[in-house]
Design a protein around this ligand. Structure first.
Ligand code: BDR
Ligand code: CA
Length: 308
């Protein structure tokens, strides 16, 4: 049984990743910790609770960071909708969040289940940075950390063109994690672009007659239209979904590169960039296993299963 703590800012692609995790046999979602990111935390928290309602799980949901550690950041409402779930007027969730802060819950759960949890980071790294400050021994108790973030060759997706949204939203938090965590897996924006799913295939899966497909069809409509207008008319990209595929079925990963990665905090043009020592020229600690290639048909299969 694979046991996951998922830190997330839902978010349309976060929702898909969560559906993938809930649908996957042999996987248990132990906790959802929520951060601001794609939209404000009042929305990301509500969206997470709504999704737990949809799948009928009893996962505890913990609210976390409202803001980045140091500097304010812009959200991504123009991609995900003002409420983060496509502005389709979802009802108020039935369940409520726990009272414990997400960072405190991360520390506590890792202590309660040492060596048992995989941490999956689908948003800015603020909650994990706070947890690390509270408990520097946290990595000793968490055997696997998978992070969706970064753009390893500088082909990013925010106004600082070298940077990716999750890292750029809170670069100081990312620096805390990248400097302290011994080893983790990184699924970056460029890998996301290299693993596009045909919109035509997605349309077929979304037409399935079940609550999950109907829900995802509704909340992703605006984002899909935006993607086709601005990026690629034929391929749909799901960053958090690809990270979740790597979590759920690592055997389908075909190629990883292991390198040292640091976070740029100051660059006037490059704040939030993931700087990779590709040639091994620096005396930096090598801590990142970077996903380069994943079996596309397996990724598609995990998505289809989540929407079935
Ligand atoms: C990441 O940023 C967010 O907008 C997505 O949910 C994903 O986690 C992609 O850069
Ligand atoms: Ca996300």
């Amino acid at each position: 049984m694979q046991r996951l703590l998922i830190d997330t800012d839902p978010g349309v692609d976060d929702a898909l990743a969560l559906l993938m995790a809930y649908a996957h046999p042999g996987t248990k979602v132990e906790a959802l910790t929520i951060t601001a990111g794609n939209v404000g935390i009042e929305h990301t928290l509500r969206n997470a609770l709504n999704l737990v309602d949809l799948v009928g799980a009893d996962t505890p949901v913990y609210a976390g960071a409202r803001d980045p550690l140091v500097r304010p950041a812009e959200d991504a409402a123009f991609v995900h909708g003002n409420d983060g779930f496509g502005d389709v007027g979802l009802p108020a969730p039935r369940r409520v969040a726990e009272t414990e802060h997400a960072a405190a819950a991360m520390v506590r759960l890792a202590k309660q289940h040492p060596g048992a949890l995989t941490f999956v980071m689908l948003g800015p790294l603020t909650n994990l940075a706070l947890a690390l400050m509270l408990d520097p021994d946290l990595p000793k108790r968490v055997p696997r950390l998978v992070i969706m973030g970064g753009a390893v060759n500088g082909r990013g997706n925010v106004s600082r063109v070298t940077s990716e949204f999750n890292i750029h939203f809170d670069p100081e938090a990312a620096a805390v994690v990248f400097n302290a965590w011994p080893q983790f897996e990184l699924v970056d924006w460029e890998a996301t672009l290299a693993h596009g799913i045909l919109f035509a295939d997605l349309a077929g899966w979304l037409a399935a007659d079940n609550p999950r497909a109907r829900f995802y069809d509704a909340i992703s409509r605006k984002t899909r239209a935006w993607m086709q207008r601005t990026r690629d008319i034929t391929h749909w990209h799901a960053a958090d979904g690809l990270a979740m595929a790597a979590v759920l079925d690592p055997a389908a990963a075909v190629h990883w590169e292991t390198r040292a990665v640091k976070i740029e905090l100051d660059g006037a043009l490059t704040r939030g960039m993931t700087v990779v020592d590709w040639a091994g020229r620096m005396d930096w600690r090598v801590q990142s296993r970077i996903l380069m290639r994943y079996q596309l048909d397996r990724f598609a299969e995990l998505i289809r299963a989540a929407l079935s």
